[in-house]
Each structure stands twice: as structure tokens, then as C-alpha cells.
Design a protein around this ligand. Sequence first.
Ligand SMILES: *Cc1c(COP(=O)(O)O)cnc(C)c1O
Length: 376
Amino acid sequence: MNRLYLSPPYMSGLELELVKEAFSTNWIAPLGPMVDAFEAEICACTGARHALAVSSGTAAIHLSLMLLGVTAGDEVLCASFTFAGSAFPIRYLGATPVFVDSEETSWNMDPALLEEAILDRMKRGKTPKAAIVVHLYGQSADLDAIMEVCARYGIPVIEDAAESLGTLYRGRPTGTLAPLGVLSFNGNKIITTSSGGMLLCHDGDLAARGKSLATQAREPCPWYEHHAIGFNYRMSNVLAAIGRGQLKTLEERVARRRVIFDQYTRMLAQLPGIRFTSDPPWGRSNRWLTCIRIDSALSGVTPEEIRLALEQENIESRPLWKPMHLQPVFGECPAYTNGVSENLFNEGLCLPSGNGLSDADLNRVVDVIKNTVRSH
Ligand SMILES: *Cc1c(COP(=O)(O)O)cnc(C)c1O
């Protein structure tokens, strides 16, 4: 049996023509017309005012923190339930992440706990410099509530929409509601450039500064002149061609992933102890990955037993993200917790959800899970 992966790259068939165009015009080096067109198309598709194509989502988060003036000794609020790429750039700048746990509805940052965290940090003498909100697994966070809390204390918000391209929050694309937003085109995301990311930005001056920082901070001079420390963070023109081909089919991708989620739900939700999480009332998820929660007391099986049974049949599955406040590398960082993300980590499992997953593939996954639960 062929191996089923969680979310492998899925080609639309339109990519190669665009890559050929990049080759035939010899625009191989970083930057070029494909990058400009990809940025314009992302703006058109999301409604973002400015978009800056960069080498990764992590680079885009690093840039956004620099644009907000985060420096050594600062504190930055960050969702605890996320991938480490959300939080690492805080440390690149010598700042300290302050982790905030999740609410049950969307699994993302809990606005009430966020306010508690802010008040406690202020009492200890520091107002956090920024807040990184994540739309995990493509489920949008409770953004209005979060942005209202942050606005009350003058804290700018960065949306980590790395997993949520195509997700809507009250009808508007995630990544475009806060002043700064971040996309990722890593190999496992809903669209990929093999690796890459995008910084979305409302403000033209910020966008221009971001572009300069990402392009080695070169001043417009005939010689190489630098007034700031820069980074080599731009996306290559060849990779942007792949991204353009991918982006053309975004809506179909979201539709298919939502069907995959619905099929899993229909076929598995009647099993004892298997739970799915529906769209939060404020958003439409892109269903990047279908995640299940397993109540071992009811189902008789642990998530790990299901994972191993799937692995036996050459099917990849994986626990949900391990919260940052439980990561040894962030052991010393302050965290405001309520047990939600820890439960999700202990109970959750991500299932194969890629756009190439056929109905037969999906049945293969479902059968293994059914048999594992029923044999207990
Ligand atoms: C993938 C991901 C990132 C990092 O993106 P890269 O392009 O891999 O650097 C950041 N945050 C989240 C939530 C992600 O899933």
C-alpha cells in the first residue's frame, strides 16, 4: 500500500508552465516579475494592501516583530498552542515570549486569559510589545475579542496565518485583519512554493521598511550602502512561479479539504469517544488538517494506539502541536495556562488531509480507526 501523508505537496498542473517562463526569461535569481505578480495576486485574493514574498513564514514573523520595534529585553505575547516557528523569532531578537493558552471553541488564544496575562505583566513592570495570534489548523481565532483586548493596552497584533490561507473570519481572509499578517508556503501547507512565506501589511511605510530589511537593507545607491542590519529573506523568482500556479486553485483546495473533514466526521463521529470540532461561529475554516479528539475512557483506545495502528498500515498521523509552555526550550518563559492546549495535545490526532487524498485513501484511514476502536 502506498504511504498516506498528512498533507503532502499537491500540484495543480499549472506550476510547470510558469516555472518554464521564469527559466526561459532567465529570471532565476532572487526577485523578478514572478515575485511581483505573486505578491499582487496574494493581495487580490486576500484583500491585503501590501504583500512581501519572503523565504519562509518564520522569516515573515521575524520581520514583523522587527517592524514593531521588538528588541532585547522586550516581552511578546504568543499563543502557546502553535508550531515553534511562531515563537522562535521572538528569541532571535533577544525578547521573551509570554505564552497564552487556548479557548475550547477554536483552540486558539483565549481573549480573557490574554487580558489576565497583560495585566499581570504590567503589574510586574512591563507592557508586552506585541501579540502573536495563531489561526491553528486553519480555524480562525476569536479575533475581534483579541484585538479589542490588545487595543485597550496599545499592543499591536500579528496574525500568524501560516496554516489558514483561505480561512475566513467574519467573511474576511485571516492574515489581513491585524496590521501585520503572516503566510507560509512550506511543503505541507495548503499551497506551497516548496518553501516560502509572505508578510501582509496594511501600512505602506511598514511594508517598504520590511522590504528593505528583507533585501539586505540596501539603500538606493549605485554602490552598496547600508544604514541598517539587513537579512537575505526574499523569495526566489522560480519559487514564486510555483506559488502562482498553486494559488490559482486555492478555492478548490479549501472546498476539497472541507469535504475531507465532513467525510471523516460522517464516518467516524458515531464511534464512542471520537470527537470533531465544528467551525467556530465567527469563521469558516480552510480545514488544513482534520483533527480528531479521542476520549480514551469512552473509546477504549489512546491516540497513540490509533497512531500506531495507522502507521502499521503505512498511514501517517500525528499528535496535535505540543504547546510551547511544555517545550523544554521555553521552560523558563512565563505562561498563562488553563489546561485546554495540554488536553488537546493529549487527546488529539491529525489525520491525512491533503488535496491528493482520494475517497479510497480516506476509506483506508477510516477503516483502520474503526477497527482499532471496535477491537477494544
Ligand atoms: C508552518 C508554520 C510556521 C512557519 O512557517 P515556515 O514557512 O515553515 O517557516 C509558523 N507558524 C505556524 C502556525 C506554522 O504552521
